[in-house]
Design a binder for this molecule. Structure first.
Ligand code: HEC
Length: 189
């Protein structure tokens, strides 16, 4: 009885250690399926990173802008009904504080925007609701010579909007803020 039992055990453990040929084929096919499923996904990710830059200008959302210093808040009436905050990198803040125009190359201005929302705690107070757009202006007088030295980017949920919208940026900034290096926002007193 005993030797027989031991023999069975040995055979079983050997089967576990060395998968049979058909098992290996199944595993290889599964591996192939997993790899083939991942390839289009990886290609999509690579493509997405490419298109995270705005059309025409190739402007991207600058890292760390949420920590940048406030230049001024703004409010937009209906139909947009938004609260905005324009912030800038250190080059922008230094230029503003020195009252220097035009802004030097390397200046980056970011306009954050949110839906207006009534405070749940206080009737007359308005607070930021859902974030709507992040808009960026980058100063590079050589690269963007055709648009006053500024590159533009408008992003919704981190994705740039279409080319048609990017064609409108400079026209409006040029028509109304040309004398201030195409920048509307003044440093908040
Ligand atoms: C019809 C006019 C108009 C158009 C078009 C427009 N803007 Fe503006 N932009 C403004 C005004 C007005 C401000 C001042 C802040 C505010 O009122 O929100 C501003 C402010 C900004 C600012 C902050 C710096 C500044 O000039 O005050 C950025 C950045 C910006 N816009 C980016 C863009 C981008 C990117 C586009 C195109 C996708 C764009 N804007 C299109 C009117 C316009």
């Amino acid at each position: 009885m005993r030797p027989h039992l031991d023999e069975t055990k040995t055979m079983k453990s050997e089967t576990t250690r060395f998968p049979t040929y058909p098992t290996m084929i199944v595993l290889a096919v599964l591996l192939l399926v997993v790899v083939l499923t991942c390839v289009p996904y990886l290609v999509t990710i690579a493509f997405a990173e490419d298109t995270a830059a705005s059309p025409i200008f190739g402007v991207t959302i600058p890292p760390g802008y949420r920590q940048w210093e406030l230049i001024a808040p703004a409010e937009e009436a209906a139909p947009l009904d938004e609260l905005r905050a324009v912030v800038g990198n250190q080059i922008a803040i230094d230029a503003y504080q020195a009252g220097r125009l035009p802004f030097p190359d390397g200046t980056i201005l970011v306009k954050r925007a949110w839906k207006r929302k009534q405070s749940p705690e206080f009737a007359s107070a308005t607070i930021p609701g859902a974030a709507t757009t992040v808009q960026v202006m980058v100063k590079d007088s050589k690269k963007y010579a055709a648009t006053g030295g500024w590159g533009f980017g408008r992003f919704v949920n981190g994705r740039p909007v279409d080319e048609a919208q990017h064609r409108t940026c400079f026209a409006c900034h040029e028509a109304r803020a040309k004398g201030r290096d195409y920048v509307f926002t003044r440093l908040a007193p």
